[in-house]
Design a protein around this ligand. Structure first.
Ligand SMILES: Cc1cc2nc3c(=O)[nH]c(=O)nc-3n(C[C@H](O)[C@H](O)[C@H](O)COP(=O)(O)O)c2cc1C
Length: 332
């Protein structure tokens, strides 16, 4: 496993930022990129896997979450969001609770393409899945946010864990969204996870400089996974509205919110997070589907007020450049 890792990992970033060009350029620059299978069709994922044959890379897959036993908080949130639907002139879809994001098909693709590294977020895959991947020559990584989650993940016999801090941009992989506050730093979560296992642990969250990377490697990280600092990379598919928001200087802080998707996620604080974070229920992916038309309409208008502008605490250090330059700067 350790021989597959490189010190710097370009995180999987579903929803647009990750492209096969980003992953390829990361590999060429001596880092390791992960494709993000989340939200995509198996066909689109397969196109990318095909184009990266022979290139060191990983694939990230969302583990399906159980549907909530009681849908009434989701129905209440749907009623609350009607004001936003009216504002953007869109219809709110009926609640959709049963989306597994093509989990089985994506695992099958990783097996068929013997993808060197396969990481999971949002939960722990079953042992049959991880064993099938390992039999196909894939190394398996599971993302965790605490020592407890690490202990549970070890049951799947992963080759490595990703210790994701609360500082991280995008969704938290936590399986305990009720108590999740997202206040932890990368070094803290790394130490907590390393205390329960001897397998390699990758640190993630809030990393914005070469000094941050070095500090985490020095305290035992097997590699450091960065997302936010690559959001403005030339090869990233980050939406124009998010690029503009990040470069505008208008957004001063990030918050952890369930308002957009029902799962805690860190993003730039905006009108929508201010208005709905307090009321938003737990319930991924139902809330993700519910807010999708609002977010799409906001993106089309170039209105960052109702966009999920995922970013970690280090967002101010992100800058536009070829990914090779950004990787170089994190190594200096
Ligand atoms: C826009 C965005 C999308 C993300 N999408 C995913 C994803 O699809 N799968 C995943 O495991 N992690 C995802 N993450 C989280 C990263 O894997 C990683 O934990 C995080 O970027 C590290 O913190 P940083 O953003 O402060 O560098 C995403 C992060 C961002 C910023």
């Amino acid at each position: 496993m350790r021989d597959l890792l490189r010190p710097l990992i370009v995180a999987p970033m579903a929803g647009g930022p990750t492209t096969s060009s980003l992953v390829l350029a990361a590999a060429e620059a001596g880092a390791l990129g992960f494709l993000a299978a989340g939200y995509r069709t198996p066909e689109a994922v397969e196109d990318d896997l095909r184009s990266l044959r022979g290139v060191p890379h990983g694939l990230n897959i969302f583990v399906p979450m159980a549907a909530p036993a009681d849908a009434s908080p989701l129905e209440r949130y749907r009623r609350l969001l009607q004001a936003e639907a009216d504002r953007y002139g869109v219809d709110l879809p009926p609640l959709r609770l049963d989306d597994d994001d093509h989990f089985a098909a994506k695992v099958e693709l990783a097996i068929a393409y013997a993808t060197p590294l396969v990481s999971f977020t949002f939960g722990v895959p079953g042992l049959a899945v991880t064993r099938a991947l390992r039999d196909a020559g894939c190394s398996v990584l599971v993302t965790v946010t605490s020592a407890d989650e690490a202990r549970r993940a070890l049951a799947a016999e992963p080759n490595a864990l990703i210790a994701q801090a609360g500082a991280a941009g995008g969704h938290a992989s936590t399986t305990s969204p009720f108590g999740y506050r997202g206040t932890s730093a990368a070094a803290e979560v790394l130490a907590a996870v390393r205390a329960v296992t001897d397998i390699p642990v990758i640190a993630a969250g809030g990393v914005a400089s070469a000094a941050d990377v070095r500090a985490l490697l020095d305290v035992g990280a097997a590699a450091v996974q960065c997302g936010t600092c690559f959001l403005l990379a030339d090869e990233a598919g980050t939406r124009p509205a998010q690029r503009a928001a990040m470069l505008s200087g208008d957004f001063r802080e990030t918050v952890v919110t369930r308002a957009f998707t029902g799962q805690p996620a860190r993003g730039l604080r905006n009108r929508f997070t201010d208005a709905y974070s307090a009321a938003a229920p737990i319930g991924y992916p139902a809330v993700h589907h519910l807010t999708a038309p609002i977010r799409a309409a906001a993106a089309q208008r170039g209105d960052p007020g109702a966009l999920n502008l995922w970013a970690g605490t280090g967002f101010a250090a992100a800058r536009p450049a070829p990914v090779a330059d950004l990787i170089g700067a994190l190594r200096d």
